[in-house]
Design a protein around this ligand. Sequence first.
Ligand code: 2PG
Ligand code: MG
Length: 429
Amino acid sequence: MATIASVTADWVLDSRAVPTVEATVTLSDGRYAFAQAPSGASTGVHESLELRDTHSRRFSGRGVLGAVASVRQEISVALTGMDATDQIALDQRLVSLDGTEDRSHLGANAMVAVSAACARAGALVNETPLWAHLAGSRKATLPLPMVNLFSGNLHARGGMTIQDVLVVPFAAPDLVTSIEWVHDIYHAAKELLAGRGASTLVGDEGGFGAPSSSSEECIALACDAIALAGREAGAEVGIALDVAATHMIQSDGNYVLDGVSMSSAQLVATMARWQTDYPIVSIEDPLAEDDWDGWQLAAIAFKTGVQLLGDDLLCTHLDRLERAASLGCANAVLVKANQIGTLSEALAVADRSRELGMRAVVSARSGETEDDWLADLAVASGAGQIKVGSVARSERLAKYNRLLRIARGADSPRWSGSNGFGNAALGVR
Ligand code: 2PG
Ligand code: MG
C-alpha cells in the first residue's frame, strides 16, 4: 500500500488574480496529486481563517507564504508515512495539528488544499474516481445545479444590493439536459441585455453584472430570460437568490436594500412578497450571519417549500447547523469546504443536514481556480445540489465539465432530480 512520502505547496493565482495555495502530495511509489484552495469575497465572520501574509506589502498583504510554510513544514512531517486512502484519519490529523477553533494556526487555505490533494492521492491508490473515493458508503448523486445569472454587490462591485440571482433547472430530466437549459437561459439573458443596451460584462462568477440597481427588476429579467429560452419559469426552472444580507446590515441592525433602509421584519416582508410574485425556490442568507431572530421570522413568513439556505449563518460548522435546526430557522446548508478546513468535515456537515431533515448545497467560492475537486465532492456528498457560479469563465466550467464527464462515465451515479422544487407538497417545512 502506497503511503504519503511528502507534502509540499506553493502559491498560484486564482480567478481574481489573488495568490492561493496549491498543495502536492507525493506517494511512496512516486505518484503524486495536487489540489488548489478556493477563496471567498463575501466571507462570514464565523468562517475558518484563511491565512494571508497581512504583515507583508508583497501582493498587498494577500500573499500565502505563511500557509505554504505550514504545508512544507508541520503538515508534511505530520502526514508522512500515513495511509493515503484513509481520508478521515488524514483530515483528523490536520485538525489536531492545527489545534485552534478557527484554523488560524495552519490556515484553512493550507488545510483545504492538502485535504483535497490527499483525497486525490487516495483515489489514485484505490484506482477509483475521486467522487467514488470520497463517497465511501454514501449514495453519490449527480447534483442539480443552481446557476448564477446576475451578480451585484461584492461579486460585481455595484448594481443591485443582493449578491446573486440564479436559476435552478429543476425539471430537467438529467444533468446533461440541465446544463443545456442553463446555456439557453444564459444566452437569452445576454440577448435581453444587449437589446436594452446594457453591458454584458460578467462578474466574479461569470454571471452578468446586474443590469439594474433594483434587485426586483433583476429577478424579473431572469424570468424573462427563462421564457425567451423557451422554458417555463416556475414549472421547469426556478429562481434562487443569494441575498448575502451580512453585507447589507448597518451598525443599527437595519438593512439597506437597493438604497432603502429597513428592519429585519421589513426585509423579510419584502422577500416574502417576491416569493408570491416570482417563482423563487431558494433564498440564501436573507438575513445577516448573526440575526437569528430575523432568520426565525423568515422561516415563518416564507412560502412553504422555499429553500431557506444558510451560508454566512452556518459557515459549514456543525455547531451552527445544530443551532439552526433546533431554532427551525433554516432548512438547508451551503457546504463550502474552506469555511471549515477539510473535506471530511464538509461531508460530515452534509451528512448531518440529511439526518436533521435539511438539505445541502455544495458550493464553490467566488475566487476559484481551474481545479475541479469541488465537482467530485458534490457528487460524493449525495447532497443533490451544487452551486458553482455561471456557465462562463473556465474556473467555473472546470467544475461543470467535470460533472458532465462524471455523468457520461460508465458507472455514473444517479441524477438527483428536482429535489422537490416545483412541487410545494414536497416542501421541507
Ligand atoms: C457565496 C459565495 C459563492 P463567496 O456567497 O455563496 O457565491 O461567495 O465565495 O464570495 O463567499
Ligand atoms: Mg452565499
